[in-house]
Design a protein. Structure first.
Length: 124
């Protein structure tokens, strides 16, 4: 079996089957435009569509609700991704951020309730 005339980056002969030009698809100088089109098509096919609603993101993060909106967006973008160690770590980090934000919100609500109760009693 014949092999491509080109050499790999490591300097070894390319093991791919050659076309009539003597080069494989990857190394054929005359097929550069075809390779570029194939790369572009491959990228489009492998693209993961956005699932988060970017319009729902606040322009500036100033409140706990804004933080939750950003976290919701990040979660919606992360869930459809291919399963990987990085995705798993990101999901754990997002879960932790949600828990901390919710705890902060509950604490804030409790303080406000105590302040209202004290105000009603006439104490400050």
């Amino acid at each position: 079996m014949r092999h491509c005339q080109a050499k790999t980056k490591s300097g070894r002969p390319c093991p791919n089957k050659p076309s009539a030009s003597g080069y494989c698809f990857t190394h054929d100088p005359a097929r550069g435009k075809e390779r570029a089109a194939a790369r572009k098509l491959g990228g489009a096919r492998n693209r993961v569509p956005h699932n988060g609603d970017a319009d729902a993101l606040p322009k500036r993060v100033r409140t706990l609700q804004d933080v939750l909106s950003v976290l919701d967006y990040a979660l919606a973008e992360t869930l459809p991704m291919e399963n990987s160690i990085q995705r798993g770590r990101l999901l754990v980090a997002l879960a932790h951020a949600f828990v901390e934000t919710i705890k902060e919100g509950e604490l804030e609500a409790r303080v406000e309730a105590v302040e209202r109760a004290l105000k009603l009693r006439g104490e400050e």
